[in-house]
Design a protein around this ligand. Structure first.
Ligand SMILES: Cc1cc2nc3c(=O)[nH]c(=O)nc-3n(C[C@H](O)[C@H](O)[C@H](O)COP(=O)(O)OP(=O)(O)OC[C@H]3O[C@@H](n4cnc5c(N)ncnc54)[C@H](O)[C@@H]3O)c2cc1C
Length: 134
């Protein structure tokens, strides 16, 4: 069972009317590039959360998740409206097997992704947002 870490939105980097990148400041340790976390918001007495792949690498001190609005969905429209300074909850147990350590010995490696599924294959720099830069 995951515990919730309290994170802060540093930036909501809107890419278009439906697609955004949320930059989050949270103390998350021990994960591999390609894994995902659950991102949540309070919902009455519970937490409404969904999994999102991490775009950043473990060397980055801020998290980045990249997602689109699913209009009929309960969480993604709420996440899309978050602003810098807003609170967000992050699960403390990153998981997933889309990691280098899971790739078997092979001669060729094909990596195929579509839509927001490209998130874990991206690696963006977060200028001015690294704790070291502040
Ligand atoms: C391991 C894992 C990693 C994920 N990583 C990402 C990610 O990096 N970025 C991301 O945008 N989403 C990702 N998702 C999907 C994400 O968890 C949510 O389902 C999505 O953001 C919609 O949330 P919602 O609560 O608004 O709607 P939900 O109740 O979760 O979904 C409503 C409907 O929308 C469909 N749906 C889910 N995601 C999408 C989508 N991106 N586009 C269109 N339809 C969708 C669902 O299949 C469902 O039918 C991931 C899912 C899993 C299982």
């Amino acid at each position: 069972m995951a515990n919730w870490l309290e994170g802060k939105v540093v930036e909501n980097r809107r890419l278009n009317d439906y697609l955004t990148s949320l930059i989050i400041d949270v103390e998350l340790n021990g994960y591999e590039a390609g894994q995902f976390v659950r991102v949540g918001l309070p919902d009455g007495d519970s937490v409404l959360a969904r999994p999102y792949s991490l775009v950043n690498t473990p060397e980055d001190s801020l998290l980045e998740v990249y997602f689109n609005i699913v209009e009929e969905g309960p969480l993604s429209p709420r996440l899309f409206d978050l602003k810098a300074g807003d609170d967000v909850l992050i699960s403390d147990n990153p998981s997933g097997f889309l990691t280098v350590s899971e790739i078997p010995q092979c001669k060729h490696l094909w990596m195929i992704a579509t839509g927001t599924g490209i998130g874990p294959f991206l690696r963006t720099r977060l200028p001015g947002h690294d704790r070291k830069d502040r």
